[in-house]
Every structure is written in structure tokens, then in C-alpha cells.
Design a binder for this molecule. Structure first.
Ligand code: FE
Length: 243
């Protein structure tokens, strides 16, 4: 499955543009070739220029003092942007689907169970896995900011960090799910889990019917990021030949 990705802007280019924008804001005049912020930029879709400027200033000082290696910094950012992502979580879920003993360990001690597959590190905190069933649907949010299990799911999506999602997921979770295309019956209990820096959640989605013959690897392919946040269910694969 392929998904359209947001426009990629290199980190160094982004920081450079932010610094230029900040210079303009500071009254130092426009700079040829600088990207200007759009009036309709959503507040959560761009990092504020002052934050990017602070990052750039801090990085410059640390590099000049030879306290950090810029190549190492780029490697860390590249790891979270490109190499670590929801595929890790999908492998955890697929393993739980095919191995009930692993699933029990995952629900009991998610950090240890994820580490068995090699997924651990910063931004995991105390990982808790909650299971969706026919009767209970779980949804994850971070009402304060954007806490998210990075080593398991990669970087959080933009909407996860947005103020409307963070507030409405708690106030009106069924309405939010409806907007994501998920209509739940009144008989289904909805539980909302508020992540923090200390406790982060991963949803164990329901395994769809019709997947009994699929291998663990094939199952991992159909498990989506959104299903592990709880804003969607997993669509069963097409069944057999068309009649
Ligand atoms: Fe947060």
C-alpha cells in the first residue's frame, strides 16, 4: 500500500529558510530566494520560525564547540523520519495476531515484548498496548502535546499534533472517528487514552475476518498506522476471485 507523503523539505534547508524568515520578521528586510510563510499555513503544519531558529542557533554553537557531529545529528533525524515508522508497530501487531503467547506478553509488558523484536529506545516511555475487540474500541491522543511511541510508530502524523484532534478526541471521540470514516455502533464502548511523556499507547487492532491463511509477514502489510492509533479499523484484504 502506498500513501501520499507530505512535501519533503530537507532539515538543513528547512532550518535555513526559517532563519531567513526570522530575519525578515526582525525587520532586517527580505532576502532573495527566501521562502516566505503562507498566510494559510496551518499552525500545526509548520514549525514556528522562532523554534527552528533556536534549533539552528543551538546546533551551530554545539557544532562550533565540537560537542556534536552534524553528520550524527542528521543520522538521528533520518532514522526517525525515514527508517523507523509504523512498519515496526505492524510487525508487533502481526506477531501478536499469530502468537497468542506473545500477545499475552505484549499486553502484560509491552516494552519487553516490543524489545523482543528489537524496538526500543528514546520516546517510548512506558509503552502500554490496549486491545480493540468487537465490544471495545480504543483511541489514542495526547491532549497536552504530541506524545507518541516513536520507536514503534515513527514520527506522529500532523493531525495527531493538531489542537482540534487533541481536544475533540476527548470531547467527541465518536464524532472524530466518524470524520476518519469509522462509524461505531452504540453498543461499542469507546475508550480514549491520553498519552504522556511517561506512558504511551499502542492499539492492538482487531484481526479482520478472512485473514486466517495469511502469514505473519502478509498480515504486517495490511496493518496501518491509523489502526494502531485507533482512528480506523483494518480493512480485510479482497477475498478470492471476482465473480
Ligand atoms: Fe505529548
Amino acid at each position: 500500500m502506498t500513501k501520499s507523503k507530505p512535501k519533503a523539505v530537507g532539515r538543513r534547508r528547512f532550518l535555513k529558510d526559517a532563519a531567513v524568515t526570522a530575519a525578515v520578521v526582525a525587520g532586517q528586510g527580505p532576502v532573495a530566494g527566501a521562502q516566505q510563510p503562507s498566510a494559510d499555513d496551518h499552525e500545526h503544519e509548520t514549525v514556528p520560525a522562532d523554534i527552528a531558529l533556536r534549533v539552528r542557533a543551538l546546533e551551530t554553537v554545539l557544532v562550533e564547540k565540537q560537542m556534536v557531529d552534524p553528520a550524527e545529528l542528521d543520522a538521528v533525524v533520518d532514522a526517525y523520519e525515514n527508517r523507523i515508522g509504523p512498519r515496526n508497530g505492524a510487525r508487533v501487531v502481526a506477531r501478536a495476531w499469530v502468537d497468542s503467547v506473545y500477545k499475552a506478553r505484549l499486553l502484560d509488558d509491552a516494552n519487553a515484548a516490543a524489545a523482543e523484536l528489537g524496538y526500543e529506545g528514546a520516546q517510548t516511555g512506558h509503552l502500554v498496548v490496549v486491545e480493540n475487540t468487537a465490544d471495545v474500541h480504543n483511541l489514542v491522543v495526547c491532549t497536552l502535546c504530541s506524545c507518541y511511541p516513536w520507536p514503534i510508530l515513527g514520527l506522529p502524523p500532523v493531525w495527531y499534533k493538531s489542537a482540534p484532534y487533541r481536544s475533540r478526541a476527548v470531547i467527541d471521540p465518536r464524532g472524530v472517528l466518524r470524520e476518519f470514516g469509522l462509524e461505531l455502533g452504540d453498543e461499542v464502548e469507546v475508550r480514549v487514552w491520553d498519552s504522556t511523556a511517561d506512558i504511551r499507547y499502542l492499539i492492538l487492532p482487531e484481526r479482520p475476518a478472512g485473514t486466517e491463511s495469511m502469514t505473519e509477514e502478509e498480515l504486517a502489510e495490511i496493518i496501518t498506522r491509523d489502526s494502531m492509533i485507533g482512528v480506523s479499523k483494518i480493512t480485510p484484504p479482497p477475498t478470492g476471485d471476482a465473480v
